[in-house]
Ligand binder design. Structure first.
Ligand SMILES: Cc1cc2nc3c(=O)[nH]c(=O)nc-3n(C[C@H](O)[C@H](O)[C@H](O)COP(=O)(O)O)c2cc1C
Length: 380
């Protein structure tokens, strides 16, 4: 099964995904060139089919939703499910046909088992929720023993979301996952405290983020996705550093840091005080980050944040994402991601497109836009 998933494409057999990221790279390239970034390694290959607008017309061919995330990880379609919101996939087997999904990111996995944070761990918010689950999981060895053989039998690639408190932790978890049939790739959750640096999250510092990415890159040939945190002033240098350190793709975004106040107003509501905000409320932030990141990196970007319908998916593709992950919305409707696959295919057909390439990057600027770190209200 692993070999089936990890299809290595070449110039003679490029996939939709490759064309998709190529199109985005061309847009990125234009942006970078006008910025004076001539040294950036941007793929200028022409898309395989299509006219000057990049549009591909449906003739006899079926719609091809496949997406190549690099290092041979080819998803059957770009609709994935986000870590922490779909368990290990097996929990949803009776409700949805998981093999119709583009990819599954399983719950965050650590070296040793974790019981998670004190309760309460979740709170509803307008347009979303706060969670502080605290990476409750049985540990990497138990995850492999319990789930990998099931994953191996699936067509859908399962990407293991990995968390740790030190570079050594991440490397050890990834080494144990390397070569396990059923594990199609790694997604690094770097929104974790780095105990060696006073507990500062890896994700908020370009050097720390690049350091853990490079160490994991050396430890495995598995496709490597790295998940960005929105809780930073300027995402662009961090995204660039992670890409340069060897990530195959970026996922964006993890939750936004927040709190809720308890009923008696004597203390914060969550047992952990801080929680991560997710759901529709964070979509504009996620859109902004994907928009900014897609202008500065040449690797595929996978968007996450508040997706509840096909318009959300198309919005994220428009700002340059080549795939998306559905998260919190799954709690309300576990069938949503599979439905979105059908709806994206329908959108391609209605547009007369043989793939979703024409939807990717349409809202990216021709010239690089001013970063949000310069402020949102005033133009200099
Ligand atoms: C209950 C819950 C648990 C989560 N657990 C993880 C996790 O273990 N690892 C991770 O990288 N992200 C985790 N996330 C973040 C999601 O994968 C996603 O990035 C975030 O929720 C934003 O997407 P959404 O608005 O569609 O939910 C979790 C989110 C929720 C709501």
């Amino acid at each position: 099964m692993k070999a089936k998933r990890r299809v290595v494409t070449n110039s003679g057999g490029s996939t939709t995904a490759h064309r998709s990221s190529t199109l985005r790279r061309q847009r990125t390239s234009n942006a970078l060139t006008s910025m004076g970034c001539k040294d950036s390694a941007v793929d200028m290959t022409t898309p395989r089919r299509g006219d000057a607008t990049g549009r591909e017309t449906v003739a006899t061919a079926d719609v091809d939703l496949s997406v190549d995330l690099g290092r041979g990880l080819v998803l059957p379609n770009p609709i994935m499910v986000a870590s922490g919101t779909f368990g290990y996939g097996v929990e949803y087997g009776d409700v949805v046909d998981v093999d119709r999904l583009g990819g599954i990111c399983c719950k965050g996995t650590t070296l040793r088992s974790r019981i998670g944070n004190p309760t309460p761990r979740v709170a509803e918010t307008p347009g979303g929720m706060l969670n502080s689950i605290g990476l409750q999981n049985p540990g990497v060895d138990a995850v492999i023993a319990k789930y990998a053989s099931t994953w191996e039998g699936w067509r859908v690639p399962v990407i293991v979301n990995v968390a740790g408190e030190s570079v050594a932790d991440y490397v050890e978890v990834v080494k144990r996952l390397d070569g396990i049939p059923g594990v199609a790739g790694i997604e690094l959750n770097i929104s974790c405290p780095n105990v060696g640096r006073g507990g500062l999250q890896f994700a908020i510092d370009a050097d720390a983020a690049a350091g853990v990415t490079a160490a994991v890159r050396r430890a495995t040939d598995l496709p490597l996705l790295v998940k960005l945190s929105p809780n930073v002033a300027d995402i662009r240098p961090i995204a660039r550093a992670i890409a340069d350190a060897g990530a195959d793709a970026l996922t964006a975004i993890n939750t936004l840091s927040g709190i809720a106040v308890g009923g008696s107003r004597q203390k914060p509501l969550l047992g952990n005080i801080y929680g991560g905000l997710s759901g529709p409320a964070i979509k504009p932030v996620a859109l902004r980050i994907v928009y900014e990141v897609c202008q500065v990196v040449a690797i595929p970007v996978i968007a996450i944040g508040g997706i509840t319908d096909i318009d959300d998916v198309l919005d994220f593709l428009a700002v340059g994402a080549v795939a998306v992950q559905v998260g919190t919305a799954i709690f309300a409707d576990p069938t949503l991601p599979v439905r979105l696959v059908a709806e994206l295919e329908g959108a391609c057909r209605s547009g007369g497109f043989a793939s979703y390439v024409p939807f990717v990057g349409t809202a990216l600027p021709k010239r690089p836009s001013s970063p949000s770190s310069k402020g949102v209200e005033y133009r200099p």
